[in-house]
Design a protein around this ligand. Structure first.
Ligand SMILES: *[C@@H]1O[C@H](CO)[C@@H](O)[C@H](O)[C@H]1NC(C)=O
Ligand SMILES: *[C@@H]1O[C@H](CO)[C@@H](O)[C@H](O)[C@H]1NC(C)=O
Ligand SMILES: *[C@@H]1O[C@H](CO)[C@@H](O)[C@H](O)[C@H]1NC(C)=O
Ligand SMILES: *[C@@H]1O[C@H](CO)[C@@H](O)[C@H](O)[C@H]1NC(C)=O
Ligand SMILES: *[C@@H]1O[C@H](CO)[C@@H](O)[C@H](O)[C@H]1NC(C)=O
Ligand SMILES: *[C@@H]1O[C@H](CO)[C@@H](O)[C@H](O)[C@H]1NC(C)=O
Ligand SMILES: *[C@@H]1O[C@H](CO)[C@@H](O)[C@H](O)[C@H]1NC(C)=O
Length: 373
């Protein structure tokens, strides 16, 4: 008769499903406990929006922690040996340090992270130039499978051209041999010219996410990555894929390695678009989001106009649609051109302000946070 009451009491005491306030000293503002995270019951320590201004309490991180969520705080610098020396943290699998305004990470920051599979540093202000002096940043993540660096860097530092070089230096000194997924979206990356080989050290890389950057071409080495299967170039500033680029992309399926790329939402030049569509049709590379691929005609009278290309597959009827749309646009442009003076005076100010508004409509689509490890 007392048994059910006892059971209820026991359940209430241990409360195994819902994480509750941490009883651990130093973690009073966090929640701790077994909860459902990504479909698994895991021991989660969750310090979200706690207002902490330093991360020194993380040296006391409970040893049973499997998932650490430490986001929305104000930590400009991560201290040396972030997770302390008292515990081994062998169970720690996921570390989320997003949105903490982190500027500096030192080479000796991460120890006891041997079994971490996913590290998330999104939405911070990391100064890579400074971090570059400590290139062994990720050296202890022996089993890291996914690294999330979306909008992670301060993009206004002076030597931003060295972005590739600094990042490459970190990869070369970090032994990320198990890394499969790398997210680098929204970092205003212009190119990888200072270190085209930067990804080659990541021997197991499968998915490379470069969406929402400022890349104008795809000149970097990826043939060195034998497991690469997906490159996301969407919403960059790529104007064409020349013969050489196509050749490099074709090389992967030719050696039995399937490859998917996404080049949608790039200002591809309409001059090359027909030959590009022919390549889309012929190549063994899978082209994702074809319906969102647009080309941009050469600007006339200062008005750049987006032209949506209807020809998704090499397909008779839609080919005609393309031809008709192009013809229509050409005649419109010709009409505009003959009347350019009056139009310039009345319309141009509106177009300018409109195009400013349109610029960032896609920025909200951040990385597809696939949470399957
Ligand atoms: C972590 O805590 C925040 C704020 O309390 C909450 O919104 C979020 O859902 C928690 N995350 C998990 C995975 O429990
Ligand atoms: C870290 O922050 C705590 C309060 O959250 C404060 O008591 C402590 O002095 C701070 N430590 C350092 C090194 O600033
Ligand atoms: C980013 O870097 C610039 C130049 O080094 C610096 O002036 C600025 O304060 C930094 N921004 C943040 C948020 O740290
Ligand atoms: C890299 O890690 C592997 C184990 O994952 C280890 O065998 C190897 O010695 C490490 N190399 C360096 C340079 O640390
Ligand atoms: C990247 O592109 C955005 C939008 O066009 C622009 O505002 C920003 O200044 C560019 N960044 C760099 C580093 O050129
Ligand atoms: C490509 O893969 C197929 C199926 O896995 C295999 O039969 C074939 O031998 C492979 N070819 C090469 C060149 O590796
Ligand atoms: C060709 O276009 C028609 C509609 O015009 C569509 O139903 C058909 O699926 C397209 N064929 C291919 C191969 O996409």
């Amino acid at each position: 008769m007392f048994f059910p009451v006892l059971l209820a009491l026991l359940l209430a005491t241990f409360d195994p499903i819902h994480a509750s306030n941490c009883k651990k000293p130093h973690f009073e503002k966090c929640s701790c406990g077994i909860t459902d995270y990504l479909g698994n019951k895991q021991y989660v320590v969750n310090c979200t929006d706690t207002g902490y201004t330093n991360a020194s309490m993380l040296q006391y991180l409970p040893d049973e922690t499997q998932v650490l969520i430490y986001t929305g705080n104000f930590i400009s610098e991560l201290p040396w040996n972030l997770f302390g020396n008292d515990y081994s943290h062998d169970r720690l699998k996921i570390v989320d340090l997003s949105n903490n305004r982190i500027k500096t990470i030192r080479g000796k920051t991460f120890h006891h992270v041997r079994n971490v599979e996913r590290l998330i540093l999104n939405y911070n202000q990391i100064n890579l130039a400074f971090t570059g002096e400590h290139p062994r940043l990720f050296s202890n993540f022996e089993n890291l499978e996914a690294l999330h660096l979306t909008n992670a860097f301060n993009t206004s530092w002076t030597s931003y051209e060295n972005f590739a070089l600094d990042l490459g230096e970190i990869f070369r000194n970090s032994n990320l041999t198990k890394l499969e997924k790398l997210h680098l979206e929204q970092n205003q990356i212009l190119n990888f010219e200072t270190d085209p080989l930067l990804f080659c050290e990541l021997k197991n890389l499968m998915d490379l996410h470069l969406g929402n950057n400022n890349l104008t071409h795809i000149k970097f080495k990826f043939a060195c990555l034998e497991r690469l299967r997906y490159i996301d170039f969407h919403a960059n500033k790529i104007t064409n894929l020349n013969e050489n680029d196509r050749h490099l992309l074709d090389a992967l399926p030719q050696r039995n390695q399937s490859l998917i790329i996404d080049v949608s939402e790039n200002p591809l030049s309409c001059d090359d678009i027909d030959s590009l569509y022919d390549w889309f049709h012929d190549t063994k590379v899978t082209i994702q989001s074809k319906e969102k691929i647009q080309c941009k005609p050469e600007p006339m009278i200062g008005v750049t106009q987006e032209l949506r290309v209807a020809r998704v597959e090499a397909n008779g009827s839609s080919g005609t649609v393309t031809f008709l749309s192009i013809a229509l646009c050409m005649s419109l442009l010709a009409l505009l051109y003959t009347n350019r003076e009056p139009i310039r005076n009345t319309v141009y100010p509106y177009v300018l302000s409109l195009s400013r508004n349109i610029q960032y409509t896609t920025i909200g689509r951040s990385e597809a946070q696939e949470m399957d490890v």
